[in-house]
Design a protein around this ligand. Sequence first.
Ligand SMILES: C[C@H](O)[C@H](O)[C@@H](O)C(=O)CO
Length: 490
Amino acid sequence: MLHVAAVDLGASSGRVMHGLFDGSRLELEERHRFSTCPVKRDGHLVVDVDTLYRAIETGLRYIAGVHPLASVGIDSWAVDFGLIDEVGRLVQPPRHYRDGAHEVGVRRAMQRISLEDLFRETGIQFLPFNSIYQLIALQQENEPLVLRSRLLLLLPDLLNFMLTGVAHAEWTNATTTQLVSVRTKGWATEVLERLGLPASLFPEIRSPGTLLGPARHLVEVGPPQVVHVASHDTASAVVAVPAMGQPYLYISSGTWSLVGTVVPEPITSDDALRWNFSNEGGVGNYRLLKNVMGLWLLQELEREWATSGEPVSLPQMLQEAQRAQPFAHLFDPDHPRFLRPPSMTEAIQQAVKEWGGHPPEERGEMVRAVLESLALKYRVVVEEVKALTGFHYDAVHVVGGGSQNALLSQWTADCLGLPVLAGPSEASAWGNALMQLVALGEISNLEEARALLRSSVALRAYEPANTASWEDAYARFRERLFHRPTLANS
Ligand SMILES: C[C@H](O)[C@H](O)[C@@H](O)C(=O)CO
C-alpha cells in the first residue's frame, strides 16, 4: 500500500487527507481539519500562515506516525501571497483577498496598462483582488517593504518553502497572479516593467506533477517528498473532473463557482476579453473559466442568521427554499457589492430592488433567490463558453463541496437543459492526491488518473426537468443582466 497526504486549504477550512493507493484503487480519508478563516491584524484581513503551517504539520505527523508517508502535496485558493526577506522570513502576514486594500492597486495599474493589453498578455480575467493589484497596492502603501523583499510566494508555494526550504512557483497557481505571459509561459516581464514591479521577486515556475524535495522538518518520519501538485485548488478540482474524453464542462462549486471547460491553448479573443474570461494554467491544458460568486452568498447568510440567534441547517434552508415562490427575486450574484458586504441580507435585498423586484424577506425566499440566480448565471457563462470554443457539450460536471447541494444541482440541470453529474465533493483533494501518484510514477497520465477516480468514487446524476419555465426566467435574467455593473465593468 502506498500512502500520500493531500493538504487542501479551502476558504473556511483546511484538511489533511490520507490517500491509500493499492495499485488499482485510491481511497481518501480525512485525518485533520482546521480553520483557514482570515484574521484581523492592524486593520487588515490577513492569512495566519503560522497557524496553518502548524495545523498541516500536525495532520502530516498524525499520518506519518502510523504509515510510511511517501509524499505530500498542498493546494489552496489562488492569488494570495507572502513576501519573504533575504533570510527566508515573512516580511508581514499575507493579506487576504477579501481585504479591501487592493483597490488602490487597481486604480494605479489602470494608469499604466490597459485592461486589454493585460488580458492579451496574460489571458486572465479582471478580478480586483488578483495578485497583480494586491502587489501594486502593497508597493504604494509601503515601498521599502517590497524593496527589501527577496521573493513572492503564493500560499501553497510559501507552505512548501516552509516544509522544504525550496522556493518555486507552481504553474497553475502562478497564472492566477495575472503576471504570467500566455506567449512565453514565463513571468510577464514587460508587464512587470510597465508596472514598476521587481522581476527578481518571482521564482522559477515549475509544472504540476514534479518533485520539489524532502520535507526537512519531518525527517524523523521519513521524510516524505513534497510534490508540486496543481496547487491552485480549482486546478486540482479540474484534475478530478471524472469526464470520459473531451470536451467537457465543469462547475467547481464551493465558496466560488468556477464555471468553464479546458482548452489546449488560451483563448484571448475580443469576446473572451469582453466577457471577462480567464485562461488559467491547467495540467497540460488551460482552464477557460469564469468566477461566479458562488456559495459564499449562502454561507454569509447562514453566518448572519446564526449570529442573530437563528441558526439554520442546510437541509432546512433548502426545504424552505423549495416552498418559496419561483423566480420572484432574481439578481446578479456577481455584483461587486457581494465581495465583502457588511450585511449579505441587505446586499441581496438591495440588488433585487435594483432589478425591479420585491426584496426577499423570508429565509426561504432569500435562499431560493440565491440558488436560482446562481443557476441562471451559470447558464450565461456556459452560453459564452460554447460561443468561445464552438463546442457542443452534453453534460456538466459539478465538483467540490457544492456538488452536495442537491437543489442547486437539480436547478443547474433544469436551467442548462443538460444532465448534471455531481461529485466528487472533495475534488481538490482527489486531484491533489492523483497528481502525487503521477509525480511518483505510480500512474502515467491524467487519463489514467481519471479512470482511477471513476472506479473509486460514486457520482450522482440529475436529469433536466421543468425546462420551459427556466427558459423564460433565463430570458428575463439576461435582459436585466446586461444593463448592470459586474465585477468586470464596475
Ligand atoms: C480568489 C479565489 O480563491 C479564486 O479566484 C478561485 O479560483 C479559487 O481559488 C476558489 O477556491
